[in-house]
Write a protein that binds this ligand. Sequence first.
Ligand code: SF4
Length: 312
Amino acid sequence: MKWTFSGAKTFLRCPRSWTFGLIANANAKDPLRHEAHILRQLTTPLGWLGNLVHSSIVQWGIPEIRQEGNMQADAIIEKTIALAERQEAFSRAHRYRTVSKSRSNGNFLALDLHERGEDLSSVEKETIRARIKYAFENLTKINEVTGLIHRSRTLWTERRFVWKFNGNQIEVKPDLLLIDNSGRPILIDWKVRDTDTPTAILQLGTYGLIITESGSIGKIRSEFFRLLEVNLLKGYLIEHQATKEMFDRADDYIFRTLDGMHRTLGELTINEINPWMVETTQYATRCIKCQFRSLCGKGEYYERRNIQPRLL
Ligand code: SF4
């Protein structure tokens, strides 16, 4: 079984939606599995904003900070807004149904509201642009983070780490992992959320535990990590204390969700999974935001009642 942090989150929200994700396959002859692949790629405007900022940090932000000590916010904002415009045109034309991510020249986007036949309002477009601007202006002002990126001994962006355990593949891909000059590992998680409440503590604890257990950066103790949550929209940095209790919680989270996934699938292979036989969420709000609602049927019930999400 493959375990990822986002997969576990989806499983806890709705086991059926997790199984739609499992059967999704771009190359499958079965039209259901192919459609599940298309739908799995749908995202909300809020998810899109996060992806845009993350990918621009990887592509342009980190190389410049690494070399220069900081970055020119105006230039990266301009490039990110231009990218957003290309992606939005791609999604509005429903090209995600015919062009794969790898053939889209970086312009791939599948917005859920385009799939529903709606469009972004001018206010929503303006909000996306304004938030891109805040995120990069804020990043240039968080000197502790830019300093760490500039001076660290080693740095990996979105590198995959795997802990193989009892036939399970437990995977994480942290936004940024640095090794400072004293050899201390530092995990950084970017958030692009309009909230003052830190949300990454479990995620960072899980990442620290899995990287430690993977053995990929040598023999270290999880408690040796520095765990930093950086909210780019609000411009703050929070350091979470890496404690034994935190890693015990992360361990419990991984094995509790993994056990639930095994019990849901039993001995079934991917080809034998029938998502309609799997338990569903009890919460209408989950269905309203779910990208598989047109397949599941349960979400369409709410759609017919005209309950629609607008997430910006
Ligand atoms: S529409 Fe609702 S019940 Fe169906 S898969 Fe999505 S979240 Fe689960």
